[in-house]
Design a protein around this ligand. Structure first.
Ligand SMILES: Cc1cc2nc3c(=O)[nH]c(=O)nc-3n(C[C@H](O)[C@H](O)[C@H](O)COP(=O)(O)OP(=O)(O)OC[C@H]3O[C@@H](n4cnc5c(N)ncnc54)[C@H](O)[C@@H]3O)c2cc1C
Length: 420
């Protein structure tokens, strides 16, 4: 059997791509190392899957070629993702910041997509890791003909031949769920540029004995800034989000988001009272007789208030503070500085930034150096912030490549589904 399309990776990108490819009449193979499709999808969003977002703006993505991102997102909108969930009979709910979550386990999403692929006639090769691929010998091949015009994929048990190949095999994030950069490195040997992968959407580690050590479990809304070379930026477009103190440092949506920009050497600037002003609190007549420590613990978790308050100010009345003391207190609450020593790494990262450079790809996400080779999902150098943007990108790019395969092979056959 020679497939029209072999797709490596049964994550959200590969599943959408395979479904579309088979529905467009292509003989399609979908291969994954895992015994079940969608291993990452199943654990996403705390097991519910934050599958898309109402605000699919470009500033919710890292990456350079914004024109390509814009055109892919236009081809598959939030409404399309919602229609997909309806088609799969999976109800959703909208949460803060336009985030759309499933109401049923995300594993059902993976299962139902796999059933649709199966109905469309996709052949699954599960529990099969592709270790080696031969690309067609001819640089300009005509999608059919002699043996050396096919991609040949080798797993430990199978040898799969196909006219076109899709790498939908994700990033090295979360290796315990199949994350790997092996095929991205293979693509480099075929002439593609790889923007180095780095862990993002990942907790940050603080040095031993940092001033806020021992607060694990406390979570509160903050505004989180990044300090680089003496200047401070506030990159999170949503502004205020929860920060969680962990055993080794900080996590929570605010930190995971800012981790997308964090580089070794960068500092954090934390505004622990983003919706209040310490100066206004100190000026309020009703607070003038309060001790500083009591004023802070009215507005912050008590253990955090204690840790933030300069000890020599804690027992002073707010009315008696000098200008310099007021400034110190405001700095501690609104501009607390911390210097992470690193991230928790790929093992704890929800995604990896970097991937196959867009300069190596056409607008249809086809390789510019190997005709018939396509990329979709997280392996491409486009990474979303926290909020359903990565699964949406995987859906959108997978669907786009599924259509591109059919157009490349120009074999419009009506979809009759699997017989029997
Ligand atoms: C804990 C966690 C929570 C997350 N939550 C969210 C969320 O709520 N919303 C959101 O938008 N994003 C979330 N993400 C990110 C999101 O899951 C990924 O961006 C998305 O799954 C990427 O889809 P993909 O299809 O490109 O790759 P993947 O889902 O990673 O699928 C790639 C597949 O390729 C297979 N594969 C790799 N190499 C080979 C090989 N050589 N041979 C055979 N198979 C191979 C892997 O086994 C894997 O199944 C989360 C990630 C994690 C880890």
């Amino acid at each position: 059997m020679i497939y029209d399309a072999a797709i490596i990776g049964a994550g959200p990108a590969g599943l959408l791509c395979a479904r579309q490819s088979a529905r467009r009449g292509l003989r399609t193979a979908l291969i994954d190392s895992h015994a079940e499709p969608g291993a990452k999808l199943a654990v996403s969003g705390g097991g519910r899957g934050n599958v898309t977002n109402r605000i699919l703006a470009q500033n919710r993505y890292l990456g350079e070629d914004t024109a390509l991102l814009r055109s892919v997102l236009r081809s598959f909108t939030c409404e399309d993702a919602l229609a997909l969930m309806r088609e799969l009979r999976l109800p959703v709910e909208e949460r803060d910041f336009g985030q759309i979550f499933g109401l049923r386990p995300a594993s059902l999403l993976a299962e139902r997509l796999a059933v649709q692929c199966d109905d469309a006639g996709v052949d699954f090769y599960l529990g099969e890791t592709v270790g080696r691929i031969l690309r067609p010998a001819a640089s300009e091949h005509s999608f059919g003909g002699t043996e050396d015009e096919f991609f040949v994929l080798f797993t430990s048990r199978e040898r799969i031949r196909a006219r076109t190949l899709v790498l939908a095999c994700g990033s090295p994030a979360c290796p315990q769920l199949g994350g790997s950069d092996r095929l991205a490195r293979l693509a480099v040997s075929w002439g593609h540029t790889l923007v180095p992968f780095r862990p993002v959407l990942v907790p940050l580690i603080m040095p031993d004995g940092w001033p806020l050590a021992g607060l694990e479990g406390i979570s509160l809304n903050v505004r989180l800034g990044l300090e680089r070379g003496g200047s401070v930026s506030w990159p999170d477009p949503e502004g205020i989000r929860p920060l969680l103190f962990t055993h080794r440092g900080v996590s929570g949506p605010a930190v995971l988001t800012v981790s997308c920009w964090w580089r070794p050497g960068d500092g954090l600037v934390i505004d622990f009272l983003p919706e209040l002003s310490v100066s206004t609190l100190l000026d309020a007549r009703e607070n003038s007789r309060l001790l500083v420590k009591n004023l802070l613990s009215r507005h912050l978790p008590a253990r955090l208030a204690k840790a933030l308050c300069p000890p020599e100010l804690a027992e002073r009345k707010t009315a008696g503070l000098s200008r310099k003391d007021r400034q110190r207190l405001a700095d501690a609450c609104h501009r607390f500085r911390a210097a992470p020593t690193g991230t928790e790494g790929m093992k704890r990262a929800e995604a990896a930034a970097g991937g196959i450079a867009l300069a190596s790809l056409s607008r249809r996400l086809e390789s510019l150096s190997v005709p018939g080779l396509f990329f979709c999902g997280e392996i491409v150098d486009i990474t979303g912030l926290l909020g359903g943007y990565n699964i949406h990108w995987a859906f959108a790019s997978g669907q786009l490549v599924g259509n591109a395969l059919a157009e490349t092979l120009k074999k419009p056959r009506p979809h009759h589904g699997r017989q029997g």
